[in-house]
Design a protein around this ligand. Structure first.
Ligand SMILES: [Mn+2]
Length: 333
């Protein structure tokens, strides 16, 4: 037998082809028992927290599973393989038997994530509209939480929008909506706004005091105009100081990226440049070394994506970065 025959493994060869095999996130093992993984990749196919555009955000997890075998890579910048450093599995989708009832769905998300947390498993989720972050952080930032040690989370929130509606008690009928989560999580004590940063806000706002509710809640805000003015280094310095030693949760709305980078998102903001992919990844990588306990990527609208699925590919790339921050944190403990 020759050397090349000896090493030939047909499955290994097919592994990197996204259209081959069973689609799980990054071709991870599917594992329903959270005890068997350090990081659980969670699909959150939920759309009824944001009715303002086409309502296909629940298609996000499947679209990313279909493409993400391409993203099963090592992390060059961090110099490690997250797959070898930690046990990572696709733990499946949050079930939504009341899919058209936003409030019931948010509770389902909280219950699902609580089950992971009780096993000490860190969730990295793919949405779904941005209301899912409310359900997830209600679990992770609750007093009895395992992964935060019972503390509220410090949020690193990348988004074109602040999502802190206070002046409306519902959003097209949804109470714990995609527009409200950043506010009620602070009022409930799940997020420590004074340790949190919102970054990337831009676009077509209706009122001149649009950032005021964020400041009133205690958030630090770096909107796009300020980011362009002070630059990436100063922004990262502010983020670093603000997050401190708190348990950090990262929520990434794909609409913080420029519309040319991520065209298939629910609420496009075309009037002002968003982040380039390099700028967004640089901000994420700057929190390496922090106690990053989990995160999510939201607002993917696969039915509006290009035929080449570029936004799904961008979505798994961001999911990979967040997952590597969590893996790095776990393996350095
Ligand atoms: Mn947004």
């Amino acid at each position: 037998m020759t050397d090349s025959e000896h090493h030939f493994d047909p499955e290994r060869m097919m592994d990197s082809l996204y259209w081959w095999g069973i689609p799980t996130f990054f071709r991870c093992p599917y594992e329903t028992d959270p005890k068997n993984c350090d990081i659980g990749l969670v699909g959150v196919p939920h759309s009824t927290g944001n009715g303002t555009t086409e309502r296909d955000q629940h298609m996000g997890p499947r679209a990313v599973r279909n493409m993400s075998a391409l993203g099963r890579r090592v992390h060059m910048k961090f110099g490690f393989s997250p797959w070898e450093a930690t046990r990572i599995a696709d733990v499946g989708d949050v079930p939504f038997p009341e899919a058209n009832d936003n409030e019931a769905c948010i509770q389902r998300i909280t219950d699902f994530i609580t089950r992971l947390d009780e096993a000490g498993t860190h969730p990295v989720s793919m949405g779904g509209d941005h209301s899912i972050t409310g359900g997830i952080v209600q679990a992770l930032g609750r007093p009895g939480s395992t992964v935060t040690g019972g503390k509220p989370v410090a949020l690193l929130h990348l988004d074109a929008h602040t999502d802190v509606y206070e002046h409306l008690d519902h959003w097209l009928g949804a109470k714990k909506s995609a527009a409200h989560w950043g506010s009620y999580l602070v009022h409930q004590g799940n997020v420590n706004a004074h340790k949190s940063v919102q970054i990337g806000m831009r676009g077509n706002t209706r009122t001149l005091d649009w950032l005021q509710p964020s400041y009133d809640l205690g958030y630090e805000v770096i909107d796009m105009e300020r980011y362009r003015e002070i630059g990436a280094n100063k922004s990262m310095e502010i983020i670093n100081k603000r997050l401190g030693d708190e348990p950090v949760y990262i929520t990434f709305d794909l609409d913080c990226l420029d519309a040319t980078v991520a065209p298939a998102v629910s609420n496009l903001e075309p009037g002002v440049n968003g982040f380039s992919i390099d700028e967004a990844v640089q901000l994420l990588q700057s929190v390496r070394g922090k106690n990053v306990i989990g995160g999510d990527v939201v607002c993917l609208m696969p039915t509006k994506d290009h035929p080449n699925n570029i936004t799904s590919m961008v979505a798994y790339s961001i999911m990979f970065e967040i997952m590597c921050l969590v893996a790095d944190n776990i393996s350095n403990r």
